[in-house]
Design a protein around this ligand. Sequence first.
Ligand code: ACO
Length: 351
Amino acid sequence: MKKTKIAGIGHYLPERVVSNKELESLMDTTDEWITERTGIRERRFGERHKETTTTMGARAAEKAIADAGIQKEEVDFIIFATLSPDYFFPGCGVLVQRELGISDTEVGALDIRNQCSGFVYGLSVADQYIKTGVYKNILLIGAEMHSMGLDFTTRGRNVSVIFGDGAGAVILQPTEAEDQGVLTSHLHSDGRHAEELAFLSPGCHGGYHGAKELYGFSDSTFDTVFVTQKMLDDALIYPHMNGKYVFKFAVQKFPAVIMEALGTAGFQPSDLDMLIPHQANLRISQFVQKVLKLTDDQVFNNIQRYGNTTAASIPIALSEARDEGRVKRGDLVCLAAFGSGFTWGASLLRW
Ligand code: ACO
């Protein structure tokens, strides 16, 4: 059977650099607090009213398409992973198709809603299509415009200092090469923790999370209100994160799923040339590195410069690692993610 190779890769980061110092002017926080707890020194924010998750995804896609040496019209399927879509619906898949000017091709466009694990989930889906010969040039994008939906007051500081904007994309093609391609992917989820890291409102829950009063819904059968004044007043329209809770699970599930992928393919951590962990928090990556006894050369981190870009973090990091010569042809590379849902997963591939 054919395998799936990453034939082209690219990333896009908005120009505007936002330092921790700049955030200090918006909320009660300090550069020291952010650096010590997360490793983040700065992040990028997209240009308001000009850039969106879709446009950033399209810029990354153009680079990946050029890197693969194909024409954009040759893309035969689109997969778009994001938690910060331009619209509630339709998804960014069709929007990026339009932004790239390839709507005439009428190729399918699939949206992935697995937050930080979105890119790993998307890669696994694409792998099934490529291996079975259904598609030959899949465009997989991870992109986020977090800065449009965060609470930049002191109230939201535990979340807003962590996230940044950006996009990464790959072109996936079949390969017959023995020493190249995706070897194995492992996907997991546990919905019992859904509300521990979530963007709850507005939504169609109608107060179902056992807290009708929290959202300000009435008892009327015909209460079809989607956004309540209470949601706005109480800042329920921003992401909620139970940081310590997330941290505790992340440091368990990351190493477990990496070991699962390595074990399935008959490898050990010492065989890895590069681990690209989802850039959630530098402390999480360092913990995983320690548990797996990996050297600094075996792990790639760039959260210091970009913050947590959720679905975009793995393709941005992989693209930078390739550009810097830290991922080379034939290298054993592991992509691993953990995030909201909870969902987590890992893919092992030969570059
Ligand atoms: N600046 C200054 N003080 C802050 C800030 C801030 N930005 N945010 C919170 N604080 C305060 C809190 O109010 C609290 O004050 P108190 O003790 O007076 O009540 C104190 O700092 C400690 O807050 P905690 O939330 O308990 O801080 P913690 O040590 O847990 O660190 C953090 C928070 C960095 C979010 C940590 O829990 C973490 O890394 N969790 C993992 C979650 C994660 O990485 N999320 C990324 C996105 S999810 C994903 O991609 C997997």
